[in-house]
Design a binder for this molecule. Structure first.
Ligand code: NAD
Length: 349
């Protein structure tokens, strides 16, 4: 078991290891004063781990209720959020009580936003159960729900009081979601650590899972500690996302899933930057091999013009310039601001 302390506006521990859920009650009781809480989870995850968490909390005298919603991104909505607010109110949850997110990134983002806004803010704990949530979304305090105009458009920064990443929960995660999380893990290697990249590129990542998760979280910690509110450095976490979002949008969010779209986005951007002389080292071939051994795609059947068009509406566009994240070498990312015209040439020529 490993503990990483995130020193943000509110400091908290991220514990990573096998079997953490068994003692979750003890760890949570160490950071929360009130013994009243609501577990928020989806209908895939709660039947697998809900009772175990509830028992552990009750063993240290918590009064526990649960709010379970249908799994999937479509539940990261105002409708679910309003239902959750209503449930919290019906249970007389006060400002000193808490909520616990048990699940993937959808559960974490939804619960975190409810915690940021209900009664103007209550405590919450993250218990991420998907790879993506363990290495990325549960740490850093970005919370949100989707609205019809776009994903994550309504949200808040709200750091959790504790993150418990029990690696045993990944044993039940369907392969396709595991692969999605690997897309983000490759991203961490590309933007920050060639050592992590090599670990992932070596294949057999399931033999090194805890090591990889710890390394990813530690990178996220460093980025968040430097730029908690996403004004500068934190943008490098968007490597591969501008084209990735464009792919998801072009396919009406019914094609490649997020992590896989990001994988393609990272590769296309790296190859384009090489072709245009922005990168002088040949790293796209190494990236491609790394994606392949981790069951991730690197190409998509969408015309470059369309990819460009659907990416400039992205929220990273400011006036006539766009900030593009480019890795000139493996393990280091730069935020490159360029005129939209240059960006168009980069993507389409
Ligand atoms: N807040 C952030 O910083 C941040 C960062 C990246 C992504 N996100 C958000 O994260 C979300 C995606 O996260 P996700 O991929 O975890 O999605 P998710 O929460 O929908 O989980 C994926 C699927 O796996 C299931 N699942 C989760 N854990 C399981 C387990 N242990 N066993 C069996 N099934 C399990 C879920 O029920 C769901 O069907 C998106 O909404 C995205 O916007 C947020």
């Amino acid at each position: 078991m490993k503990t990483i302390t995130v020193k943000a506006s509110q400091s908290y521990d991220v514990m990573i290891g096998s079997g953490l859920l068994n003692d979750a009650g003890k760890y949570i009781s160490d950071v929360l004063k009130s013994r009243r809480t609501v577990i928020v989870s989806d209908d895939n995850v709660y039947p697998l781990y809900g009772e175990k968490l509830k028992n552990s909390l009750e063993s240290v005298d918590f009064d526990v209720k649960e709010f379970v919603f249908p799994h999937g991104e479509q539940s990261k909505s105002h409708e679910t959020l309003l239902n959750l607010y209503g449930f919290l109110a019906s249970q007389n949850i006060t400002r000193s009580d808490s909520v616990i997110a048990l699940g993937g990134g959808v559960t974490g983002d939804l619960t975190g936003f409810a915690a940021a806004s209900f009664l103007r803010g209550i405590d919450y704990v993250q218990i991420p159960t998907s790879l993506l949530a363990q290495i990325d979304s549960s740490v850093g305090g970005k919370t949100a729900v989707d609205i019809p105009a776009g994903k994550n458009l309504v949200g808040a920064f709200k750091q959790p009081r504790l993150v418990l990443a029990d690696t045993d929960t990944l044993s039940t995660l369907p392969d396709t979601f595991f692969d999605d999380g690997m897309g983000e893990a490759v991203k961490y290697g590309m933007i920050w650590s060639s050592e992590l990249f090599e670990l992932i590129a070596g294949g057999n990542i399931k033999d090194h899972l805890e090591e990889m998760i710890v390394k990813c979280i530690d990178i996220k910690r460093e980025v968040v500690e430097t730029d908690e509110f996403d004004k500068g450095l934190r943008m490098i976490l968007n490597f591969g996302h501008t084209l990735g979002h464009s792919i998801e949008k072009t396919q009406s969010f019914c094609g490649l899933s997020h992590g896989k779209a990001v994988a393609v986005g990272m590769y296309l951007m790296t190859r384009a930057a090489e072709k245009h002389g922005i990168i002088t080292e040949n790293i796209s071939d190494r990236l491609k091999k790394c994606l392949e051994v981790n069951n991730l795609p690197y190409s998509v059947d969408i015309p470059a013009e369309t990819l460009f068009r659907n990416s400039v509406n992205d929220k990273k566009r400011f006036s006539d310039d766009i900030s593009v994240i480019i890795c000139r070498t493996i393990g280091k990312a730069d935020i490159v601001k360029m005129p939209i015209e240059d960006y168009k040439k980069l993507v389409t020529e």
